[in-house]
Design a protein. Structure first.
Length: 261
């Protein structure tokens, strides 16, 4: 259960923090970089001069059309979202300890579980807002670059893939809450995010990423190329189970453990 007052309190704390704008700026780099790729592909001379970006564009078979551009946005959520969404979760669940307000929060005549559920609700809403923001920014950039009109079927398929990738990425960020509460601050959850990013890339490269939860959003987004075909019902089941265990672990630790800080 969640009380509306606890969710309102979380929104008020977020309102007076600068971190909200930082996350939108950081996440918004993806559509901007996609726009740079489009400009380079449209200008053959500029493409030859930008050797590093040119090589990257050729490697991913990037073309100056909506499909290639939207694929970049989708992959940004599946790969970059693990980092940015993880940062969001680390801040939401670790800031009470860093600010020294955790004891005050626990002393309130409010259910501890309700407080935690409010944070999880804000985490989901925040991440969805980031995904929608990138989508809208990408639309504006694509229109400014005058990309050729997309096929309607491609757009509907992209939207399905995009928001599915967003959902998967949100789920893999749930266990971060436990590490923030257990570590009583930002260090443990951010360290966990860094480790999962490294292991996600390494394990995906070996062909076993379909069974490592933090590799699954990236694979689903198409960032792993043909490895996406390895995803099956077991892959998604593992991801959901890990998210559920992360949620339950956070709730149990928050409600049962001694809070000494």
């Amino acid at each position: 259960m969640i009380q509306l007052s606890t969710l309102q309190a979380e929104f008020i704390k977020l309102k007076y923090s600068t971190i909200l704008g930082v996350t939108f700026l950081a996440f918004g780099l993806a559509p901007l970089m996609g726009g740079v790729f489009v400009l380079l592909v449209q200008d053959a001379e500029a493409l030859e001069k930008a050797s590093g970006l040119a090589a990257k564009a050729r490697l991913i078979h990037f073309e100056a059309n909506w499909k290639s551009y939207l694929d970049i946005l989708n992959q940004a959520v599946g790969v970059g979202g693990v980092l940015v969404f993880g940062f969001v979760a680390s801040w939401l669940f670790g800031r009470e300890y860093s600010d020294g307000t955790a004891k005050d929060l626990l002393a309130l005549p409010t259910s501890r579980t309700s407080i935690l559920n409010a944070k999880f609700s804000l985490y989901i809403l925040w991440c969805l807002a980031l995904a929608v923001s990138n989508l809208l920014l990408g639309l504006v950039i694509g229109l400014l670059l005058q990309l050729p009109e997309p096929v309607s079927g491609d757009v509907s398929q992209f939207l399905l893939d995009y928001f599915t990738t967003t959902g998967l990425t949100i789920l893999v960020g749930v266990p971060i809450a436990f590490f923030a509460i257990w570590g009583k601050g930002y260090l443990a959850p951010l360290g966990f995010v860094a480790l999962t990013l490294v292991f996600a890339q390494v394990i995906a490269a070996t062909g076993y990423g379909s069974y490592f939860p933090w590799s699954i959003p990236g694979l689903y987004s198409g960032a792993g190329g043909e490895y996406k075909d390895l995803l099956d019902v077991y892959s998604y089941s593992i991801l959901v189970v890990v998210a559920l265990l992360g949620y339950l672990s956070a709730v149990l630790y928050w409600t049962k453990a001694d809070q000494t800080k």
